[in-house]
Design a protein around this ligand. Structure first.
Ligand SMILES: Cc1cc2nc3c(=O)[nH]c(=O)nc-3n(C[C@H](O)[C@H](O)[C@H](O)COP(=O)(O)O)c2cc1C
Length: 337
């Protein structure tokens, strides 16, 4: 019996649930090719950041302004063309996206990062023109203003999703963190605002303090499987309750991690840290192990397994909420000191 690993995500049929999350691996076309060869079913390019776009347009403006001071024509209100060969960060991004779509058979998902609506939303449209298979909106926003209410923060997200939705026809996934008072309600509202899929969860990098140099450090620490439980819980809770694709990100390191996520209800499992640590062969290994495990346990397909352990399907739905909180804590073995 051969196992069918196909899954659907954002209306696309993928050969398996193994998707490459946004990371620096996606900055080179050669890497993207290697990831496809190794078995990636789709990949997300690293984000084009709101600040990059604003910085680009500031620089372009500065270059043009500098010209305006020099050329005679400028005095008459003529702005010179940008210097020949001038390519800004967003141009490079769009070029890589176009090349990747030409070179690869698997879907290439572009990613936009932002925290506010602005002129940069037009880049969603440019990504669509450059051939993106879908768009992932990576909303990274630390709500640090004590005067901003939870409702205002949520409104930012929803307005942003609605603005991007208005700019493109592409399938739209929204990647968010887990820090909402009512995650399930927010998930529904994101979908109502136009998200076709939710990517759960963004991993907010926490700053550290160097006590010798008295500097704030913000280096990236790769994740571990222990972090899987947050997306696992929420995917299990949301499966069947929101009309959207569900992607899991954070803590996907082993074959068991991917299987658990699919059982919880994930359409795809995205990985960055494991691929940065082990390289593309990780995909080949996990794909083969997944198929072998499913065959051994008599699953015919990913679709059959999908959501089989979601909260709605589980024998003990309360296990995903508070009910076993006390039991979990009091059954921890008492250490002898
Ligand atoms: C070095 C690095 C760069 C990343 N860059 C992006 C990015 O540009 N856009 C984005 O949405 N996520 C980015 N991420 C987050 C990953 O896509 C992923 O969601 C996160 O690392 C959790 O998955 P993991 O546990 O597999 O690492 C980055 C992660 C790492 C480690």
């Amino acid at each position: 019996m051969s196992v069918n690993l196909e899954t659907s995500y954002l209306g696309m049929t993928l050969s398996s649930p193994l998707v490459v999350a946004a990371s620096p691996l996606g900055r080179r076309l050669g890497n993207l090719r290697r990831l496809e060869e190794a078995g990636a079913a789709a990949l997300v390019l690293p984000s084009l950041f709101e600040e990059q776009i604003e910085h680009d347009s500031y620089q372009t403006h500065a270059v043009l302004e500098a010209g305006a001071g020099v050329y005679q024509e400028a005095a008459r209100g003529y702005l010179p063309e940008a210097p020949e060969g001038y390519v800004n960060g967003s141009d490079r991004y769009l070029a890589l996206l176009g090349e990747a779509r030409q070179a690869l058979k698997i879907p290439v998902i572009a990613s936009l990062n932002g925290a506010s609506t602005g002129g940069w939303v037009e880049y969603a449209h440019k990504m669509e023109d450059a051939g993106a298979s879908a768009l992932e909106l990576n909303v990274y926003f630390v709500a640090a203003d004590p005067d901003e209410t939870g409702e205002q923060v949520e409104r930012r997200y929803l307005d942003l999703v609605a603005a991007v939705r208005g700019a493109v026809q592409l399938p739209l996934a929204v990647k968010v963190g887990a820090y909402f008072s009512s995650m399930a309600n927010m998930a529904r509202r994101l979908v109502a605002a136009g998200a076709d899929g939710l990517v759960l969860f963004n991993r907010f990098y926490q700053p550290d303090i160097d006590i010798e140099d008295l500097k704030v450090r913000s280096n990236v620490e790769l994740s571990s499987s222990a972090e899987l439980r947050l997306p696992l819980r929420w995917i299990a809770i949301l499966k069947g309750r929101v009309e959207a694709s569900l992607a899991a990100t954070t803590g996907v390191h082993t074959t068991a991690d991917v299987l658990k996520l699919v059982m919880a209800g994930a359409d795809v499992a995205m990985s960055a840290s494991a691929l940065l640590r082990h390289g593309p062969d990780w995909l080949t290994k996990v794909r083969a192990e997944m198929a072998a495990w499913m065959e051994e346990h008599e699953y015919e397909s990913v679709e059959q397994m999908k959501g089989s352990m979601s909260q709605r399907a589980a024998d003990d739905p309360a296990a995903f909420e508070r009910a076993n909180y006390m039991e979990t804590l009091i059954t921890y073995a008492t250490p002898t000191l």
